[in-house]
Design a protein. Structure first.
Ligand code: NAG
Ligand code: NAG
Ligand code: NAG
Ligand code: NAG
Ligand code: NAG
Ligand code: NAG
Ligand code: NAG
Ligand code: NAG
Ligand code: NAG
Ligand code: NAG
Ligand code: NAG
Length: 392
């Protein structure tokens, strides 16, 4: 965590002294949190001046802080809060609002603003050393059960490929499962989904036997992701596109598998980044000059992609992740670089992660990042020193 201590006493301009105790004002600042009129967190009053709000607050010991906002009609709205916000919840340069602090010896607790891409990249870059968890060559990476992460090894003969699982907090290796000819894996609601060189997807329970179901696809599945809210599985295939299957509740088997129109036929599809809240996903191909495309579900039950959601990105892409701040992280295998885009296609930042043959990416709490390399750089856990707010 960055060592930044903003004590209120230092940042107050000026101090107001009312007969019995000092108050502080932060000029042109407000609180970012939406103020819903939940009487557990505070309340709103309308007044003719900020001083009236100050008198009001001084007589209510529960009020920790309030904002006073000037309106065009030259009246004011004051929002009284019962708690002190975190430092990154304070918004500066707000010209019609002042912040009044009623407890001057309290401090704003630090939380890092992880949506600040510049800061985020700085902190991740600082943490790039001594990150190795395994020196196997790896392909796909996905979330497993009980705080584990799953990674599929990449052997010269795919028959030897294995599924390894690791504790995501400690990096400790937990288990290894040899499943013949495995090339991709996913986990959703107590079921494992394995794509194999036999050009199918097998569904397995936790103990890996028996095989609960098998769907022949006819092509090798390179990546498996889930549209969690709608119980659907997305699979990216070598040479022929995007498969979408429904997951049967309880059994976890796959049904109604369809293909979604592929705009880059004959290219390998490794990268699928799901927008879990929107029935939409980004795809990228492991090929030069394909860009990143957004597919959206339509009310007539089709999936379409058009120029509006496109992100200009010409490098080959082997993974895509959409984070809490709606940023798209694109993994470039040949340059061992991760580029971070705004949804409007603006490049927000990039970082070289070192190592070779970068392949997949996972982003966990506090921006702990797991990456696989299809080289002896293997599996790495990059743990920046950040204290982000929990996932909303
Ligand atoms: C807060 O609101 C609830 C329901 O609106 C009400 O029952 C309760 O008395 C209120 N509490 C205070 C302290 O005003
Ligand atoms: C400001 O005062 C006017 C006149 O009393 C009132 O109509 C208006 O709603 C007030 N505005 C706010 C934001 O309270
Ligand atoms: C607050 O904003 C006003 C209006 O732009 C400006 O005149 C004033 O200097 C600002 N005050 C501080 C303390 O930044
Ligand atoms: C703030 O300071 C006052 C007087 O110095 C003290 O009584 C009070 O306990 C302090 N409050 C906190 C939260 O430290
Ligand atoms: C983002 O972080 C950088 C580097 O720490 C800092 O200079 C910049 O002011 C921050 N931007 C915002 C909007 O907070
Ligand atoms: C990385 O690990 C090596 C050997 O354990 C140690 O000497 C070195 O100081 C570590 N570097 C960092 C940046 O932690
Ligand atoms: C995960 O947790 C559940 C419930 O605690 C337990 O039954 C199961 O065996 C655990 N799985 C693994 C792989 O540890
Ligand atoms: C479904 O809707 C989309 C977008 O509205 C349209 O482009 C497409 O042609 C429709 N497809 C069918 C089969 O109706
Ligand atoms: C994209 O969004 C960023 C951040 O909100 C903004 O700075 C930029 O101007 C936008 N670019 C386009 C092309 O809309
Ligand atoms: C990443 O490495 C490339 C090639 O060495 C270099 O041109 C680029 O500036 C680096 N980018 C960053 C953000 O360090
Ligand atoms: C995030 O980091 C903070 C500070 O190190 C820590 O207290 C918190 O538990 C972390 N959150 C998670 C979910 O790991």
């Amino acid at each position: 965590m960055r060592v930044l201590h903003y004590f209120l006493m230092l940042s107050l301009v000026p101090h107001l002294t009312v007969s019995f105790s000092p108050y502080g004002i932060l000029r042109n600042a407000s609180i970012k949190l939406p103020f819903d009129l939940n009487n557990d967190t505070g309340y709103t009053i309308e007044t003719a001046s900020c001083n009236q709000c100050l008198c009001h607050a001084a007589h209510n010991p529960v009020v920790a802080i309030f904002t006073c906002t000037r309106h065009e009609m030259s009246n004011f709205t004051c929002q009284m809060y019962y708690f002190i916000p975190k430092r990154d919840e304070i918004e500066y340069q707000n010209y019609d609002t002042d912040l009044y602090l009623m407890r001057t010896n309290s401090t704003f607790e630090e939380k890092d603003d992880c949506c600040n891409t510049t800061m985020l990249i700085e902190e991740i870059t600082k943490a790039l050393q001594n990150t190795s968890i395994s020196t196997e060559k790896f392909l796909t990476l996905s979330e497993g059960e009980n705080n584990t992460i799953l990674a599929v090894t990449s052997c010269n003969d795919p028959k030897d490929n294995a599924l390894l699982s690791f504790n995501r907090f400690t990096g400790q290796s937990i288990s290894m499962e040899h499943t013949s000819s495995l090339i991709s894996a996913g986990y959703y609601k107590e079921r494992y989904y394995f794509g194999t060189t036999a050009k199918d997807i097998g569904v397995y329970a936790r103990n890996m036997t028996p095989n609960l179901g098998r769907v022949g696809i006819g092509v090798e599945i390179r990546t498996i992701r889930f549209l969690k809210k709608t119980q659907k599985m997305l699979a990216g295939a070598s040479t022929s596109g995007i498969y979408l299957c429904d997951i049967v509740p309880n059994s976890g088997t796959l049904t109604n598998c369809i293909t979604i129109p592929n705009i880059a036929p004959e290219k390998e599809l490794h990268a699928i980044g799901v927008l879990q809240d929107e029935m939409a996903f980004y795809v990228g191909w492991n090929a030069v000059g394909q860009d990143i495309h957004l597919y959206r579900w339509q009310p007539n039950d089709t999936w379409v992609t058009d120029a509006s959601g496109k992100i200009g990105h010409s490098a080959p892409t082997t993974d895509l992740v959409v984070d809490n701040c709606q940023r798209i992280w694109a993994v470039e295998p040949r340059s061992d670089r991760i580029r971070i885009y705004h949804r409007n296609s603006t490049l927000l930042g990039e970082m070289n992660v070192t190592g070779t043959n970068l392949f997949n990416l996972m982003i966990m709490e506090n921006y702990t990042i797991f990456i696989t390399h299809e080289s002896s750089d293997g599996l790495r856990a990059i743990r920046p020193s950040l204290n982000c707010r929990p996932v909303p």
